[in-house]
Write a protein that binds this ligand. Sequence first.
Ligand SMILES: *Cc1c(COP(=O)(O)O)cnc(C)c1O
Length: 434
Amino acid sequence: MNYSSLNFNSSSVGFLEAVRKGLAPDRGLYYPESIPKLSKEFIDNIEHYSNHEIAFEVIQPFVGKDIPEDRLRMILEETLNFEFPIVPINTSIATLELFQGPTLAFKDVGARFMARCLAYAHEIKEQKKLTILVATSGDTGGAVADGFYKVKGIEVVILFPKGKVSEVQEKQLTTLGENITALEVEGTFDDCQNMVKSAFIDPELTNEMNLTSANSINVARWLAQMFYYFIAYKNRPKPSIKLVISVPSGNFGNLCAGLVAHKMGLPIEHFIASTNINDSVPNYLKTGDYEPKKSISTISNAMDVGDPSNFIRIQKLFNNDFYKLKKVVSGYAFTDIETKKALKEIYADCNYVADPHGAVSYLGLKAYLEENEENSLYGIFFETAHPIKFAPTVESTLKIKLDPPAQLLGVLNKPKLSIPISDYKSLKKFLLER
Ligand SMILES: *Cc1c(COP(=O)(O)O)cnc(C)c1O
């Protein structure tokens, strides 16, 4: 499989090269030259396949010959080494918990897959040390830090917006040490992302070092997220009813992966893009006008993105046809007040503790089901983070105390290690002087 740049000014590359580069030299996002179709037989018999087998079937055509089959199977086993339970909320809604991995957010799957693909690339081709530069609005940093921790030949530099990530997220980013460095940026997530983008096109840096990104724009992170949709479909509680899936969205990598799965032939009736008040995409779906905005801080901070990077891939998947896209995707945006009300409702009605992202996802699903034939649809909303990652909001809203899960026991008491950064100049200085 080859990947070409969506800016159309770079030559196409194979899977591992696209993973290593992150962004194409013309700053475009890589996009597969074709979307393979899965056989009807595979879809009809999906319940007989293990998660590992499903993942292999789904991703292998995108990897092609770049990774031998045995190695790819091993990578997938290490990537999907935790549970993805579906928890029914009421008779027509369930949640798929994607947060049981080591850093308690759904980003673990993409980060683990990418780290292992890169480790393989490094093994087969001796090269300069690779520096991964990544901006995070909260969960990416932790997942990438964990995924790459102590991976040979790879150094990770994470930029996070000061005071805008939760305490648990900050701990996960800043306490590892070794090959992981956290930079605390005076600014927003968009500022962090812009600095990373500037670094990639700065010849003084790129001549000096081998830079790549691990944001959801990386094809390994992006495409691995398809697995969730296949797992949701395989384990859906009511197979006789059409399935709709609500995805809490920020940079739109996750939803875009779901749309790839759909194009490959996975029978999902409809997708719901659920956001907080950073509503560029829901607005677009209503008006047809895409107006990127500055991001606004909310209690679901991993979705505080005003100009989602993956939006262009979504448009490409539908050949820029607004009406085709609207048939498959609806969008809804919610305020923090609505999100807190939803947290309470889910807890009171179903005794389930959601996190703010899951609550937004639930609200989007409910809104869509109310507007459509509720009884002929079954809805799954994605729960993308463990509520403990947003403990202050969840505990004060629900008036409960959460117990830290096993994954956190290691990090909560470790000292914070981070370096303050104010602008691009100081980032560049840091990178050159290491
Ligand atoms: C990153 C993240 C999101 C948003 O995912 P995108 O793929 O960027 O749309 C949603 N919820 C949580 C908890 C996240 O960490």
